[in-house]
Design a binder for this molecule. Sequence first.
Ligand code: ADP
Length: 376
Amino acid sequence: MSSVTVENVSKQYYPPLGSSATRPVSGLVNVSLKIKDGETVSVVGPSGCGKSTLLKVIAGLESADSGRILYDKVDVTNSSPQARGVGMVFQDYALYPSKEGEDNLSYYFEVRKKTEAEKQQRLKEVADLMGIGFDLLMGRQVDTLSGGEKQRVGIARCIVRDPNVFLMDEPISNLDAKLRERTRTEIKRLLKKFGITALYVTHDQQEAIFMGDRIAVMRTGQVVQFGTFDELYYSPVDLFVATLIGTPPMNVLSAEVQGQSLWIEDVEMSLPLAPELVEKLPAGKLRLGVRPEGWLMNQTPTGGISVAVTRVERLFTERAAFLGGQSGRLFVNALVALDFPAEVKQVFLTPDWMQAHFFAADTETAILAPGVPDLF
Ligand code: ADP
């Protein structure tokens, strides 16, 4: 396995001759990132932000207009996908449906003219490592396999080839919810077991967090932030990342620093700021970001934003519940205990200033973030 370095890569798509479009579309704008040897990097962002283009440029399926791609220290910018030795798994399985699982795996050896002994040895190694029940899948015809089983065969097919890099584009998005969870656990186990360097493209932040050792957040062809989940969660570089990462999303309030206080426009009230913050925050308008767990909550009117409770959603699997509420124009999400009493219809919320995020009102870049807690 190799490390992968993407260095200042840009890519534009030009409209086909004769089309009414005149301007090229930016696929990637000066993207740089490094996937370490054995690391899984998730790429997340809204549809059309350039995730698949990044994967294709790393694979060699699309060429970069400028910049370089290195596998370890080797410049592969102008190499074919075959020469780069990439394994790819896409949403549609791209297996040969009328062949048995094993034939799907061994096709490669036939094309590469490997000996029967070499083929059998590698297939056995992979089948052993793939775990329980895999040998049974190998004997079955692909079109009789379930979606999750097909993906397992698809992944095994990549692994037998011993690729330098593994690239996955929404590999499980057409499986049902339960199977998706099982399959992603399985994929992660295999990536770690084989020490595979991988790029995992998804539009689903939960999946990106689960799969990636680090996560690259993309927007309009650019990587806006690249880091661990904790870095993205506690130190997002801007409001886009802050609201993309985290469920329910961060509460965002329009506010204005006025001396020692913060005027909250949405609810037209002023809250006293913690003294440490008064020193650090610029006067004037900004955006206040409060994560659902970042509120201090009272059930008696001791100051704070008065919120009418509209719903409480209990997540038994996570031993937590989220309260949804409204205060004037403002909708609020707050983390509460699983046994939050059903009869409580009003709460009073104040931001826990030590957990609060602040963003510039115009550019939406971060002014102040709590940072990753020492606890971790
Ligand atoms: P994502 O995977 O994040 O949904 P893509 O990488 O597929 O985004 O696309 C990035 C941008 O490039 C989009 O605006 C898309 O419309 C455009 N694009 C992608 N592929 C092509 C193509 N072959 N021809 C023209 N435009 C393309």
